[in-house]
Ligand binder design. Structure first.
Ligand code: I3P
Length: 126
């Protein structure tokens, strides 16, 4: 654990903005709604922040929690057929949550795909 100011957080492996759409929650389909999200990858989870990083850190100090995705046993795959957009991949969690992530910029989405896939592959499957 690293001490970042007053916030104790696990080691961050990668962070940045992507387009995000949650399309299922606990196996239940949701209406697709793309929005820009600040994505923080650490060894066993991804956190999605609605706000800028600065705002997110300020909110964390007041106990506000971002949406957190457990990567243990999760699946990642390209999802060309799930969107009219280019460069879309899907993460599916053990709990049945499904997220689409997207960037128009090829190298950005490729970097993210491989970083998340590597994290998943390093984790125990259950
Ligand atoms: C959806 C919205 C999404 C689109 C989705 C539409 O309409 O336009 O951006 O997904 O297509 O249904 P609404 O806002 O009325 O819900 P993509 O941008 O990923 O194509 P879909 O239904 O084919 O997934």
């Amino acid at each position: 654990l690293t001490d970042v100011g007053k916030v104790i957080e696990p080691m961050v492996e990668k962070e940045g903005y992507l387009q995000k759409a949650k399309i299922a929650d606990g196996g239940k389909k949701l209406r697709k709604n793309w929005s820009t999200s600040w994505i923080v990858l650490s060894s066993r989870k991804i956190e999605f922040y609605k706000e800028s990083k600065q705002q997110a850190l300020a909110n964390m100090k007041t106990g506000h929690k971002p949406e957190s995705v457990d990567l243990c046993g999760a699946h990642i795959e390209w999802a060309k057929e799930k969107s009219s957009r280019k460069n879309v991949f899907q993460i599916t969690t053990v709990s049945g949550n499904e997220f689409l992530l997207q960037s128009d910029i090829d190298f950005i989405i490729l970097d993210w795909f491989h970083a998340i896939k590597n994290a998943i592959d390093r984790l125990p499957k259950d």
